[in-house]
Design a protein around this ligand. Structure first.
Ligand code: TPP
Length: 342
């Protein structure tokens, strides 16, 4: 596993720490919402902050082929917060309000879709994004420039055919695609341990077998993560070829609310480790950690209060943004409604 660290200013480390806490506090607020009936289902990224924040910092953000295309999965909140989304918006999606800018209150939380930043809709069927990203990869190859396609997903999902398709399409000789292929490996697929379904080799080695530059890193250290992402991005931006980054991460609250969303003992917590480092290097003190947490706890409570005053989606908007126009579509009536008429 590669452990090269980047040399980073204190100010930058403080900024990364601040965003890691912002993401953790927000996710913990979302979990509490799911447990108290203020949302239906939670899935998110606690345990991936040390990788996801640096990723957000390094993305070339904007709309169209001159900017990075982002095909994310559902554990990416820290990346989006680092890119600049406000904390209140995922809280809106969790509470299914019409003001949710990603789905108008109609998708699960952390299912982002942001046109102005090329964030392609996060899907609940896993691994679909590895097939979709081939499209923007081909478009960016043709277009030229230095913008790239970035795709993220989990280890268990690499068993799906889309992952193999991505490796094949990205690595065709002479037609390689500028895709940064990221797999965050938490060693679980819901309740299935990786040891029962993976061949015992790294996922990165599948890329190597196809001539793709590949690396395994610890995603629990933001300095290691930053250096690895920077190196991988520089390669893909310049060479216009793929790079496979396997990132070892923790899954701190289990899979989702479906498995209880309770704290898991024994996993490395990247925030605890980073706080230890920041203290040892005299960059921040215990009081500073407390202040940052309090700042975001306050923001999360204020955001929730605001969201609870906001309206739910209007049933008449159910067919907005879908391919079928409502006027062409007969909505089937439930049998009890038909009986009542007769
Ligand atoms: C096509 C498909 N099959 C199965 C599922 C059910 N499912 C949801 S998440 C998940 C496990 C995903 O594990 P992994 O890819 O390792 O990502 P993680 O959630 O651990 O980050 C499964 C099997 C699904 N959503 N879509």
């Amino acid at each position: 596993m590669t452990k090269t660290k980047t040399k980073m200013s204190d100010a930058m480390q403080i900024e990364i720490y601040d965003l890691m806490i912002k993401a953790r506090v927000m996710e913990e607020r979302l979990i509490r919402m799911s447990k108290s009936g203020l949302g239906f289902f939670w899935i998110g990224g606690p345990g991936e902050e040390a990788f996801n924040v640096p990723l957000g910092f390094l993305i070339k953000k904007g709309e169209g082929l001159d900017y990075d295309f982002l095909h994310f999965h559902y554990r990416q909140s820290a990346t989006l917060l680092a890119m600049g989304i406000p904390m209140i918006d995922p809280i809106r999606q969790m509470h299914d309000t019409a003001t949710d800018p990603y789905s108008g209150g109609r998708n699960f939380v952390n299912h982002f879709a942001i046109k102005k930043w090329n964030v392609v809709n996060v899907t609940s069927p896993i691994e679909v994004q590895y097939a979709l990203c081939i499209g923007s990869g081909v478009a960016q190859k043709r277009h030229g420039g230095d913008a790239i396609t970035i795709v993220t997903g989990g280890d268990a999902g690499t068993a799906e055919g889309e992952f193999a398709s991505c490796l094949i399409w990205a690595s065709r000789k002479g037609r390689e695609l500028p895709i940064l292929i990221i797999v965050t490996n938490n060693k679980w697929g819901i309740s299935t341990p990786a040891s029962e379904v993976q061949p015992g080799t790294t996922i990165a080695s599948r890329g190597e077998a196809m001539g793709i530059k590949s690396k395994v890193i610890s995603g629990n250290d933001p300095l290691v993560s930053y250096a690895a992402i920077e190196e991988a991005m520089a390669y893909v931006r310049k060479e216009r070829k793929p790079y496979l980054l396997e990132v070892m991460v923790s899954r701190l609250y289990g899979h989702s609310s479906a498995s209880g969303a309770n704290w898991v003992n024994g996993e490395d917590d990247c925030i605890v480790t980073f706080e230890k480092h920041l203290k040892e290097k005299n960059i921040l003190k215990t009081e500073d950690f407390k202040k940052v947490r309090e700042k975001y706890e306050k923001e999360s409570v204020e955001s929730l209060k605001q969201v609870m005053t906001e309206a739910k989606p209007d049933p008449n908007s159910i067919f907005d943004h879908v391919f079928v126009d409502r006027k062409d579509c007969e909505i089937p009536k439930p049998h009890w409604m038909k009986q009542a008429k007769e």
